[in-house]
Design a protein. Structure first.
Length: 510
């Protein structure tokens, strides 16, 4: 037995030794390959570092090292051909992330430039301006004791803008309607910018909500707004996404989910390397049979398009307006250092039907890649109710604005009733009839002047008394897309019994 054992041991040991030698050889080759790859990676890094050092040391007009690195990274981002990639400094990072979180910036004043200063058109809820008691109709005369100007050089206007956006500012205000002058001190403090810009009953049974951004908690805010209008008697909804540039993808999924059945696919994300797209489904559903119209235009983009596409693909809503922007991409922000961050496109989202939205070329109705509405309009923009028709001279615009303001302030001081709006409008029209300038000749020109002046005066009164729903209904007759949207969910609904709209050239096409 010992002789057999002596014979067997070499037979067993030899293969083991061979395997060990082979394993060591293979391991050595693997290590060499890893070392070579690491060497290549470090070689690339050294190449970039050497190039930067060479420029800094030898270039005739060089730059500081940190600036060279920043520009090198910026050049790399440009080469990616990603229009949304960017290198963000701290202020840019704060603005970008703050907007996604719904953090308000500035004083919360929406101003309109007029010949006699900046008029307050809107005070944003929750803002420092609201806390300071400023309201629509007031005018900003001076900032920190320096008169603001609406005319003159671009440099002067930039100085005014800087004063109005400083962290602490003392504004000299003309207060509507009595014309008192007061100084108001405001300090910029953190505040929440609501995602809901407007809401109300645009008709007795039609609710209206304008979602202006898809920031954090936008779904919760929208749910509250829709519930409020349904409680007041709305049986259908117009969801306005015009001008909504998007925001958080996940929040867009939540918003769409309010109107879709639980488990429905809202959108799918396709990442790098051709990996299978990952579906994002409805988790919280609320109104699965509420009739909805969605208003869109060329500035409806990104997460707002996620909402519109999901509701449309699942047959929950018709789209009304003009083709959307076509931004079917998702961005992510990566912190490089306390001073710099990268914003990169990291995924592409697909509609429930598996379609990728990408803007290839064109603008407006000629754009390619966005969503095409079911009811296509020539124009879907929200009109400025304070605006004058195109072609009016600056002098004519100033005179009609002054006349409208004068009559509106008189109505407010005298305490005219604002409801029903048709009677307020009639009284304002009668007062304006004696203020038509002599230069306005001809019956048609006079009718147009009266229509513009009456509209501007009515809007100004409603803004000052903060009757936002009356303002919403009144402005609806100048809004072709809103009128078409209401007609889709509630055919034959009369939005306003007052004077006919001056809109032309905006006929729906199905």
């Amino acid at each position: 037995m010992s002789r057999i054992g002596a014979f067997v041991r070499p037979i067993i040991v030899a293969p083991v030794v061979a395997m060990a030698i082979g394993g060591a050889f293979a391991g050595g080759r693997w290590y060499e390959r890893r070392a070579a790859l690491a060497h290549d990676e470090w070689a690339d890094a050294r190449l970039l570092s050497t190039a930067i050092d060479s420029v800094r040391a030898n270039a005739l007009d060089s730059l500081p090292g940190d600036e060279l690195i920043r520009r090198a990274v910026s050049g790399m981002l440009r080469e990616l051909q990603d229009p949304y990639a960017a290198l963000l400094r701290p202020d840019g990072f704060e603005r970008y992330t703050g907007s996604l979180q719904g953090q308000g910036r500035g004083l919360g004043l929406v101003l309109r430039r007029e010949p006699d200063g900046y008029r307050v058109v809107r005070v944003v809820p929750g803002s420092p301006a609201l806390a300071a008691g400023i309201r629509a109709g007031d005018r900003v005369l001076a900032a920190d004791g320096i008169p603001v100007t609406t005319e003159g050089s671009d440099a002067a206007r930039r100085r005014d803008s800087t004063r109005l956006s400083s962290s602490r500012v003392v504004l000299t205000m003309w207060r509507a309607p009595h014309g008192d002058t007061a100084q108001v001190t405001m300090q910029r403090t953190p505040w929440h910018m609501p995602a809901i810009a407007e809401q109300g009953l645009v008709a007795d049974s039609v609710g209206y909500v304008r979602l202006s951004t898809i920031s954090a908690h936008a779904a919760d805010e929208l749910e509250g707004a829709v519930a409020a209008q349904l409680t007041r008697g709305a049986r259908s909804l117009v969801l306005d996404l015009r001008g909504n540039a998007g925001g958080l993808f996940e929040e867009g999924v939540r918003v769409a989910g309010l109107f879709l059945p639980k488990g429905a696919v809202v959108a799918s994300l396709a990442g790098r390397g051709g990996a299978e797209a990952q579906p994002h489904r409805v988790r919280h559903s609320r109104w699965t049979d509420l009739p909805i119209t969605v208003l869109v235009d060329g500035r409806t983009a990104s997460a707002a398009e996620v909402i519109a596409a999901a509701l449309h693909d699942h047959g929950r809503a018709l789209l009304v307006g003009t083709p959307t922007y076509g931004k079917g991409l998702v961005q992510r922000v990566v912190r490089l250092s306390p001073e710099l961050s990268l914003r990169l496109t990291t995924a592409r989202w697909l509609t429930p039907r598996g379609i990728a939205l990408e803007r290839h070329s064109g603008e407006g109705t000629t754009a390619r890649g966005g969503l095409v509405p079911d009811v296509l309009l020539d124009e879907a923009v929200r009109r400025d109710p304070h605006g004058v028709p195109e072609g009016w001279s600056a002098r004519a615009a100033r005179r009609v604005t002054e006349a409208a303001d004068r009559v509106a302030m008189h109505a407010l001081r005298e305490g005219w009733a604002v409801r029903p709006t048709i009677l307020l409008e009639a009284r304002l029209r009668d007062s304006l009839a004696v203020l038509v300038p002599p230069a306005v000749r001809g019956e048609q020109a006079r009718v147009e002047w009266m229509h513009v002046a009456t509209r501007m005066a009515t809007v100004r009164v409603l803004e000052v008394v903060h009757d936002m729903e009356a303002l919403l209904r009144y402005g609806a007759r100048e809004d072709a897309a809103l009128r078409a949207g209401v007609d889709v969910v509630a055919p034959g609904t009369e939005l306003s019994p007052s004077a006919p709209s001056s809109l032309t050239g905006s006929k729906p096409r199905r």
